[in-house]
Write a protein that binds this ligand. Structure first.
Ligand code: NCD
Ligand code: ZN
Ligand code: ZN
Ligand code: ZN
Length: 432
């Protein structure tokens, strides 16, 4: 006897119909046919995927909860088929001390609907060692805010952790070069114009490629594992690919907006399309055909309020809320044959679990956590930010037609979303 059967689920890409037995929150059995007279949910041959893992979210909790909090953020996650999220450290206070890290864990423990991990920030070097003991998913560095010497000092300090033995540390990087961003922004601002499309020029491709090169060089010099967040250009992908071939331990991430939109959306949507790094011109952006070279998709869910967006381009805050919309947008790409289920599982389930060392997640296999998203590939809809569960009800994807939508999300055997209804689940820390 198991606790629950998910009957007649379609596994992809095999297109096999199976029944999944769930016992104590784990996948306990995979069978052709579910035994009769046991508790079951009939999925009627809908596609089932491992629950999606988003390694890049900004839930603004604590300190900026007027934009989002751990409850609304994870509501958006559950609604969008994500069963695990990893939160970024740029909250108030930043998650760059053991005390702040423990406080955020407590907040997440009270409010999270889905399972969660936390990235650590880096403030004072002396805090790194104690933070590491609390099991951050990575140390997150914002190269647009760090000068070269400080950056290298941090790599050196993190190298010491590696020398201590135990779990290998990982560094995640926002790759835009501080100096290049500052000088280009100054140049554009001094022209006295205020058009959102200028933003792409204020933070040019060169800012990203310069930062990526610096990060790769440091990773090589110190022998550390790095993860490059939100890669926005083909050129950066090329640099990362070369580094991989030379033996560096580096992984890459792309967002749905850098994948599906280009800089023309700054004209169409104004600051609702403003984000860092900026959307790129068609000739520079990462193409969907290049996804083979990308390791994961992270949403960079970065909610702000509408008044924070409705300012001149230089003052409007950068960031796009993506958790609600990402899966429908990607399922639509599958429908249009630009993407496969194999890609989707690799980019949003398997690789995030491997890169961020999340045991028991990312795969539908016996012994794994019973984290799933069930999708209806026939269900059509329109991206309507008004209906987002996120507090941030705007999106450059507003009005996009989608085909293929999540209809049920399950975390460790508990239904957290079903047909737009959200439950009161209690998420767990993924490294406990
Ligand atoms: C992020 C935010 O708002 O926290 N903004 C963004 O434009 N992506 C920060 C970040 O990921 O760089
Ligand atoms: Zn049991
Ligand atoms: Zn960033
Ligand atoms: Zn981010």
């Amino acid at each position: 006897m198991v606790d629950l059967w998910l009957k007649d689920a379609k596994i992809v890409p095999e297109n096999m119909i199976v029944s999944l037995g769930i016992e104590d929150g784990k996948i306990a059995a995979l069978k052709k046919i579910a035994p009769k007279r046991e508790e079951c949910i009939n999925l009627r041959e809908s596609v089932i995927l491992p629950g999606l893992i988003d390694a890049h979210v900004h839930f603004r909790d604590p300190g900026l909860t007027y934009k989002e909090d751990f409850r609304t953020g994870t509501m958006a996650a559950a609604a969008g088929g994500f069963t695990t999220v990893i939160d970024m450290p740029n909250t108030r206070p930043p998650t760059d001390t053991a005390k702040a890290f423990k406080e955020k864990l407590k907040i997440a423990d009270h409010k999270s609907l889905v399972d969660y991990g936390l990235h650590a920030g880096v403030g004072k070097l002396k805090d790194i060692k104690n933070l590491f003991k609390l099991k951050p998913a990575s140390f997150k560095l914002y190269m647009d805010l760090l000068d070269d010497d400080t950056l290298e000092g941090i790599f050196r300090e993190i190298k010491n952790l590696q020398n201590d033995g135990g779990q290998e540390p990982l560094i995640s990087l926002h790759c835009e070069d501080k100096e290049t961003v500052e000088s280009s922004t100054l140049k554009m601002r001094s022209k006295g114009r205020d058009k959102p499309e200028l933003y792409a020029r204020a933070r040019p491709v060169l800012a990203e490629t310069t930062a990526v090169s610096k990060a790769l060089k440091l990773a090589g010099k110190y022998g550390l594992k790095i993860h490059i967040c939100h890669v926005s250009t083909e050129e950066s992908l090329g640099l990362i690919d070369e580094a991989k071939k030379s033996g560096l331990k580096v992984t890459s991430e792309i967002t749905p907006h850098h994948l599906l939109l280009n800089s023309s959306y700054l004209r169409k949507c104004g600051n609702f399309a403003k984000t860092n790094p900026p959307l790129r011109d068609q000739k520079d952006k990462v193409e969907i055909g290049s996804l083979n070279d990308v390791d994961i998709i992270g949403t960079d869910h970065a909610p702000h309020t509408i008044p924070e967006k409705e300012q001149n381009v230089w003052n409007a805050l950068p960031g796009i809320p993506n958790l609600d919309a990402t899966l429908p947008l990607l399922l639509t790409q599958i429908k249009q044959r630009n993407l496969t289920f194999t890609d989707l599982k690799r980019l949003l389930c398997e690789n995030p679990a491997i890169i961020f060392n999340i045991k028991n997640k990312g795969f539908i296999k016996r012994g794994m956590d019973a984290d799933f998203v069930v999708v209806d590939m026939r269900k059509e809809g329109i991206i309507e930010p008004d209906k987002f569960k996120s507090k941030a009800k705007y999106s450059p994807f507003k009005g996009f037609k989608v085909k293929g939508m999540p209809v049920m999300t399950m975390v460790r055997g508990n239904v957290v979303m079903e047909d737009d209804h959200l439950s009161k689940n209690q998420g767990n820390f993924i490294y406990s």
